[in-house]
Ligand binder design. Sequence first.
Ligand SMILES: [Mg+2]
Length: 163
Amino acid sequence: MPDIFIKDIYELDFEILKEKNIKGILIDLDNTLLPWNSSNIDEKLTQWLLNAKQMGFKFCIISNNRASRIKECAKKLGIPAVEGIAFKPAKGVFIKGMKILGTSREETAVIGDQLFTDILGAKRMGLFAILVRPLAEKELFFTKFMRRLESRVLERFYRKKEK
Ligand SMILES: [Mg+2]
């Protein structure tokens, strides 16, 4: 179970993290920082990161997505990312991330949208875990649903045409 459950990263109260002496944040990419496979970084996100950095927090991305996507987004966001083939909830990712941050377990928080990767991994390591609701859940579900519907309709259409 997460320590905090919030709607999105913008709801996060950094003062709570400061009180807990947290200095580094391992953050998930897809559906936490950015919508699934999107690399559009808007002003709101830029400001959020800037504000957190000014408050003294350091960030590192931990993602199970492709290395090329992680690299691209990390560069655009201006924060480092864990590289390699270790996957959450494996401990290796979190250990590597903390090395990049230069923080101890007590000083590290994890933010993510998935219970069985982000949160499970964080809790196995004894890190402070913050669960957010997935950014593009509804859109993704709707997109999948519409695609399936589209392909069924089109199949029928082509079958009719062939007759
Ligand atoms: Mg995610």
